[in-house]
Structures are given as structure tokens and as C-alpha cells.
Design a protein around this ligand. Structure first.
Ligand SMILES: Cc1ncc(C[n+]2csc(CCOP(=O)(O)OP(=O)(O)O)c2C)c(N)n1
Ligand SMILES: [Mg+2]
Length: 616
């Protein structure tokens, strides 16, 4: 057996022994030893060498897409409660660099990846050898561990060394010792021959180190992130000084907060302001359209916020968390950086203190009642604008699409939502009692890799997935539609809100009338792309819908195989629409308040009358 083949087989065995189940590979010659070994692991048992493991392999030609597919597979593993890193294999040179966006997302989102990048032997580096660059350290601080292995020679200790490397790479990727999962880079030099000359696999390794909980699955598939696997805290820090149960408090659930955020809100009777990908949106305390409520007088009355996960969607929330006079308790259970962009946290806990789940008392029901009533009225105000638009406007708008989509999805559904306005529109309009599972790449909020991520989630869960994204996000990763005929095809429906450009910028300062001359070319960036023709090129079904009623019909059909649903959406007027929605919400809240006052006055009058009766 030649040294490269032997080493690749040992590594694959050891990775499998440490818990790796899924591998994404992009083709190349230098990574050939790994490619051959991995192909062998997918053979039926009777054709496989007795000591070769069984692995699930996905092959993609574009490393950027392959990396995000791995991100999606890792997100699926987290949803299933599995602690199993996903391995990614590339050849040398630019192939490695193309993993960088996915590596950054995995780094910031805390997703365990093991990056296996093939390289020339060390003596060829810096010599101008073809496809040879400095791969060591290429991902800089975005990886938890970087190992650069010399080309195997067949020396006696190599096998043992590789097994330790594999076990270490998996343990570090899972954050076994640190509680901080993320990507790990193993750069692997291989010398020719790069192909096997026999089918004899080495003896199976004895596990050198078994990562705690590696590949263990829990029955719970609804959990939103690994954070959900949180144990009840053993010890608990004391109540902060001056803590009173009745202070006006809200729970803010950012990306990845997990259902515990909802538990805290419900245990204390606090309003829950939960982003769609928090894993906590839903239930009796979730306040719809909370972003708008924060801008109303009720928002000014908040004195305390309990924050879980990483909120990124609205200035209103970030403003609240950095506001003077608001005590902010951040619960940061993972990662090395505290997600406190506003530098407003007054207390930081590394786990949920018991007194938040079993509180000494509850905030008065009136506080929660006002938030819920205001949120519902605001949501009704938003809906009134959307209904009017359906009646009068020739093309739907973004929030209208998000509203139809959110209504169509229930607790059995999985939604991957793209950055930019889709996730914000969904945040504004979703009003779920029983939410779908929502996944979003909020680690860095890139518009890249979203189709591939969604495909990875679908393949990893073995469950149909709906993705909802903007047209530029779609075009950025249109290569994610490319699934070769030898590959497993995900059940994935991609709903594209096509407003021919980036609408999100219209709502920012760049969209102000005084910048109108520059706006369209350098921010709006219309592409005029024909999505249907692109889909035809990738052999993916494509449907274009022109109105929300048709969208509703399409969404009612089951998700089978890959398909794209393109909804033509209006981008012009997007800035005014935001103001219209906020205004209508404020009007609806004012009306509801006035009605409530009338009701309260009537109740007092009846009470007074009754008291009068009794006194007679
Ligand atoms: C990789 C990457 N490049 C650039 C950006 C900046 N960016 C944020 S939103 C956006 C436009 C997205 O447009 P689209 O997907 O059509 O959504 P829309 O805003 O129209 O709803 C861009 C370019 C980003 N987030 N990620
Ligand atoms: Mg767009």
C-alpha cells in the first residue's frame, strides 16, 4: 500500500471512529488519496473492506458551495441534537480559499467543521510548483485549531500520529474541552502516487480518545441549536443586587437563543421579543411586530432586558440593549466573544441562573398584557397595509410574501431564511403559536451560500426544507442548485422574492432621496437575470408566481426534490412602505388603546353601579 493511500485510509477510519458521519468533497488530484478512501466508504457493506467505515458523502464541484453545504449539514446535526462534526475535503490552491466564507460563518455561528485540505509536500512550497500556495494559516483566527501535516512516508509511527490528529481535530471542532465548537483546519501534504493500488485497509483503530457525546443522538429533533441541550444549572449565581420581580422586563431572543428563552419569558410573565431563528419564537408570550412596539411609548417603559443568543435584526432592539436606564442581563453560553454590540450588558452569565427559570415572583400580568395587546394591534395595522396592497398594487411586496409564507408553515416545517429583507420581513409579520423550525446564517449574515446551506439542512435532516431569500442572495449562490446526477438530491423548495436588486438598502440612509442619483447603480444593483432560464440550465423546476393567492397555492403542495418558486416583488416604494407599515401599526395601537380605555371606563361604571345597587 502506498503511503498516501495508507494515510488517507487511516485518517478516514479515525475520523469516523471519533464521530464524523458526513463528508462533503470537492474534486481534485492532490486530494485523490482521500477521495478514493471516501468513495470506498460509500460502497455497500459486502463490497467494502471489513475495516473501512461507512460514511455519507456529498460531492460538489464548487468549494464555496461545498463549504456552505457542510454548514447546512452541521446545522441539521445541531437540530437533531447530534454532536458530530462535518468534514470537508478539498484539493490545494484556490480550492482552499473558496472555503473561507463558510469557515467564517461556522466560526461565528459555532458550527463544528473539520476542513481537510490537500497540499503539496513541504519541499515544493515556495518553489512556484503548480497549484501550490501558503495554505497553512489561510483561515487565520477563524479556526479553533490548525495542523499542517507532512507528507506521509510510511514510517512506523505515522498511523498512530494520524489517529491522534483525527481525534484531536474532532474534539476541538466539537469544543469538547472548551464549550466553543467551530471549524478546525487540517492541512494534509500528499506525495505521489495519489491513487490506491490495492483494496487492503489498515486494521481498525482502537479509539484513542472518544469525544464526549460524539455522534450521540437525542430523540428531540425540534431543538433549535446545541444551546438547547443545556442542562439545568448545577450551581447558580445569586440574584443581582436590587432585583425585584416586578420591574418592567422583556426577554430578547436573538439567533440561536434556544427554547429556554421562551421558558424564561413564560416562567416570569415577561414579553418575549424573539427573532425568527432564535428557536424561541412562538407561545403565549411572543409579541408580534415587537420591533415596531419598541418604537412606541411602551418601548420606553422597559427597564430590564434578559438577552439570549445574538440579536442582529433591528436597530430598535440594539437601541434597547444599549439604552441608559435599562439593565441588561446577557446569557452567553458559548463562544469566546460576548455578543454585546451595544456594550450595554450590565450582567453576563455563562448559563441560565436558576432564579430565571424558577423565579421568586412574577411581573404583574398587566405589563405582559399591554405588550401582547400592543403587539397584536401593531400586527393588525401591518396586515391592514398588506391587505390594501393586495387589493390595489399590481405586484406583491416583500412583507406580503413573508406573511403568506409564515402562515403556510407550521411546526412540522423547516425554513431556511436568507439575510437582508427576507429575514427582517419575516421577523415583522410572523405570528406563530406553533412555529416552524427556522434556520438562518446569522453568524456573519452573508448573502452568500444560502441555497447550499438550505440543501445541507435538507440532506442532514432527511426532511423537506423551504428556503426564503432575496434575488441577489439567490444569484450569489445559484451554483448551489448544481447537484450532479450521482448525488442525493435534497427536498428543497427555494422561494425567491425577486425585486431585481437589494431592497434592504432603500430603508437605510443610502436610500434617502438626496442619494437617489447614486443609489440604483451602487446599492440597488439590479441584475435583470432570468431566474427561469438559470434554473433550466441547472435542470431545476421553476415556477413564477405573480400574486399572493398563487403563492399560497404553490406552498400548499408538498416539497419534493429541488424547485424554485419566483415571486415577483415590488422594490420601488420600499422606503415609503416601511413608513406606511409603522404608521398604520401606530394608528391601530392608538385605536386599540382608546377602545381599551372605553372598556375599562365602562367596567368601572358597571362596577360603581353594582356597588351602588348593593348599598341600597
Ligand atoms: C456576501 C455578502 N456580500 C454583501 C452583503 C451586503 N448585502 C446585504 S443585503 C444585500 C442585498 C441583498 O439583496 P436581496 O437578496 O435581493 O434581498 P433584498 O434586500 O432585495 O430583500 C447585500 C449586497 C452581504 N450581506 N453578504
Ligand atoms: Mg432583492
Amino acid at each position: 500500500m502506498n503511503p498516501s493511500t495508507q494515510a488517507a485510509r487511516v485518517l478516514v477510519q479515525a475520523l469516523a471512529a471519533a464521530g464524523v458521519r458526513r463528508v462533503v468533497l470537492a474534486p481534485g488530484s492532490r486530494s485523490g488519496p482521500l477521495a478514493h478512501a471516501l468513495a470506498h466508504t460509500t460502497l455497500p457493506e459486502h463490497e467494502r473492506a471489513a475495516t473501512a467505515p461507512e460514511l455519507e458523502l456529498h460531492v460538489r464541484i464548487d468549494e464555496r458551495a461545498a463549504g456552505f453545504l457542510a454548514v447546512g449539514l452541521a446545522r441539521a446535526a445541531a437540530l437533531r441534537g447530534e454532536r458530530a462534526p462535518v468534514a470537508v475535503v478539498t484539493t490545494s490552491g484556490t480550492a482552499v480559499a473558496n472555503l473561507h466564507p463558510a469557515v467564517l460563518e461556522a466560526h461565528h455561528a459555532g458550527l463544528p467543521l473539520v476542513l481537510l485540505t490537500a497540499d503539496r509536500p513541504h519541499e515544493l512550497r515556495g518553489t512556484g510548483a503548480n497549484q501550490t500556495t501558503e495554505q497553512k494559516g489561510i483561515f487565520a483566527g477563524a479556526v479553533r485549531l490548525m495542523l499542517d501535516l507532512s507528507a506521509p512516508t510510511g514510517a512506523a509511527r505515522e498511523t498512530e500520529h494520524l489517529r491522534r490528529v483525527a481525534a484531536e481535530a474532532v474534539a476541538v471542532a466539537l469544543g469538547t474541552a472548551t464549550g466553543d465548537p467551530g471549524p478546525v483546519h487540517v492541512n494534509l501534504a500528499y506525495r505521489e502516487p495519489l491513487h490506491p493500488d490495492d483494496d487492503v485497509w489498515p486494521l481498525r483503530p482502537l479509539p484513542t480518545r472518544v469525544a464526549r457525546g460524539a455522534a450521540a443522538t437525542s430523540a428531540a429533533t425540534r431543538a433549535a441549536t446545541s444551546a438547547d441541550a443545556r442542562a439545568v444549572p448545577a450551581s447558580t449565581p445569586p440574584l443581582p443586587r436590587g432585583w425585584t420581580a416586578d420591574e418592567h422586563t422583556v426577554v430578547v431572543a436573538g439567533d440561536g437563543a434556544g427554547p429556554v428563552a421562551r421558558d424564561i419569558a413564560e416562567a416570569n410573565g415577561w414579553p418575549l421579543l424573539a427573532e425568527p431563528s432564535s428557536g424561541a419564537r412562538g407561545g403565549p408570550n411572543a409579541v408580534p411586530a415587537y420591533r415596531l412596539v419598541l418604537g412606541m411609548p411602551l418601548g420606553d417603559q422597559v427597564r430590564r432586558a434578559v438577552v439570549l443568543g445574538r440579536p442582529t435584526l433591528s436597530r430598535a432592539v440594539l437601541g434597547l440593549l444599549s439604552r441608559k436606564g435599562v439593565r441588561t442581563l446577557g446569557i452567553v453560553d458559548r463562544g469566546s466573544a460576548t455578543p454585546d454590540a451595544g456594550r450595554g450588558y450590565t450582567h453576563v452569565y455563562d448559563d441560565v441562573p436558576r432564579w430565571l427559570l424558577e423565579p421568586p415572583g412574577r411581573t404583574g400580568e398587566a405589563w405582559l398584557g399591554r405588550w401582547l395587546a400592543t403587539g397584536r394591534a401593531a400586527r393588525d395595522g401591518v396586515q391592514a397595509v398588506l391587505d390594501a396592497a393586495t387589493e390595489t398594487a399590481p405586484v406583491p411586496n416583500g412583507p406580503g410574501v413573508a406573511a403568506v409564507l409564515s402562515e403556510a408553515l407550521g411546526p412540522e416545517d423547516v425554513l431556511v431564511v436568507g439575510a437582508s429583507n427576507p429575514v427582517r420581513d419575516l421577523d415583522l409579520v410572523a405570528d406563530w403559536a406553533d412555529p416552524p423550525t427556522v434556520v438562518a446564517n446569522r453568524g456573519l449574515s452573508g448573502i452568500d451560500g444560502t441555497i447550499s446551506t438550505a440543501a445541507g439542512v435538507a440532506l442532514g435532516l432527511g426532511w423537506p426544507v423551504t428556503a426564503y431569500l432575496g434575488d441577489l442572495t439567490f444569484l450569489h449562490d445559484v451554483g448551489g442548485l448544481l447537484v450532479g446526477p450521482l448525488e442525493r438530491v435534497p427536498d428543497l423548495r427555494v422561494v425567491v422574492a425577486n425585486d431585481d436588486g437589494g431592497s434592504v438598502f432603500a430603508g437605510l440612509e443610502h436610500g434617502a432621496p438626496e442619494h437617489a442619483a447614486a443609489f440604483e447603480r451602487v446599492f440597488g444593483t439590479p441584475q435583470g437575470a432570468h431566474l427561469g432560464a438559470l434554473c433550466a440550465g441547472f435542470d431545476v423546476r421553476h415556477q413564477r408566481v405573480a400574486d399572493l393567492a398563487s403563492l399560497r397555492e404553490v406552498l400548499a403542495e408538498p416539497v419534493v426534490g429541488m424547485s424554485v418558486v419566483e415571486v415577483t416583488v415590488e422594490r420601488r416604494g420600499r422606503r415609503d412602505l416601511a413608513a406606511l407599515l409603522a404608521g398604520s401599526a401606530a394608528d391601530a395601537v392608538a385605536q386599540a388603546d382608546a377602545a381599551a380605555q372605553v372598556t375599562a371606563a365602562a367596567a368601572r361604571a358597571v362596577e360603581a353601579a353594582l356597588v351602588g345597587d348593593e348599598s341600597e
